[in-house]
Write a protein of this length. Structure first.
Length: 270
């Protein structure tokens, strides 16, 4: 028996990285899974986005646990696409029990005043506005189901301690905290819980790619304070975050709502 038997989990950014790990972990707990992702690059982001092949690989990994996985290509910045994904999910499964708003991107600049309009807009559109659009599309279905449920938003230690060079990223992650707190108030009577998980650096393509490694190496003045956790690990693994997600969306956390949970290897204590 798994903690998510008979339930359906929707995960954005499920093509790879943390999203894929969340999908596989929740499938191992008995959930059927819906992943949303948007293959194709973003002009202001300096590393490659996920692909259709990545999404197919996540599906295959979920199916190894004998669970169903529906992969939907949907850009969370696109209201119509997100609403259609919610309708497709309900047509396929008839319920949503867990919503994991995980999709996000990372960028950097030498200073706040050197960010372009396009960099700022893309970052907020994906990392916070997209999260709101996903919640807006799926929450009415969760309420209508009258089964309660759980929503988790992927924050960051950058949303707690602003990281130099990443102003637009910091602002977006701070914004997710406000979104979580408001939704937790609004959804408590429906027994739908809302929380944020704040990871430190995670071993995924978002933070472990040639562009970001080079940028950090050439911006030591900015990046020095953001390097290193208190525990002797450079980064945590996606599975470490997934285990926290699995707890928060399960009945083991049935009265946990409105919280910010860190998976940061002590980073915030520095």
């Amino acid at each position: 028996m798994g903690r998510m038997d008979g339930r359906v989990a929707v995960i954005t950014g499920g093509g790879r990285g943390q999203g894929r790990s969340h999908a596989v972990t929740l499938a191992s707990e008995g959930a059927d899974v819906v992943i949303l992702d948007a293959p194709g690059d973003i002009a202001t982001i300096d590393y490659a986005m996920s692909t259709a092949d990545d999404m197919a690989e996540t599906v295959a990994l979920v199916e190894k646990h004998d669970r169903r996985c529906l992969a939907i290509e949907a850009d969370i910045r696109d209201t119509a696409a997100v609403n259609a994904a919610a309708e497709q999910t309900m047509a396929e499964f008839g319920r949503v029990d867990a919503l994991i708003s995980n999709a996000g991107v990372m960028g950097a600049a030498d200073s706040t005043w050197e960010l372009t309009d396009e960099q700022w807009q893309d970052m907020l559109d994906v990392n916070v506005t997209g999260g709101w659009k996903v919640c807006r599309a799926f929450i009415p279905h969760m309420i209508a189901g009258k089964r309660g449920g759980a929503i988790t938003l992927t924050g960051s230690t950058g949303g707690l301690r602003s990281v130099a060079g990443c102003t637009h990223y910091n602002v977006a992650k701070h914004g997710l905290i406000a979104l979580m707190r408001t939704l937790a108030w609004e959804l408590a009577p429906e027994m739908i819980r809302v929380n944020v998980v704040h990871p430190t650096g995670v071993n995924t393509d978002m933070s472990n790619n040639p562009w970001f490694v080079e940028w950090m190496g050439t911006h030591e003045r900015l990046t020095g304070p953001m390097r290193g956790n208190l525990m002797p690990v450079d980064v945590v693994q996606p599975e470490d975050v997934s285990k926290m997600i699995a707890f928060l969306v399960s009945d083991d956390a049935r009265y946990v709502t409105g919280t910010e949970v860190r998976v940061d290897a002590g980073f915030m204590l520095k």
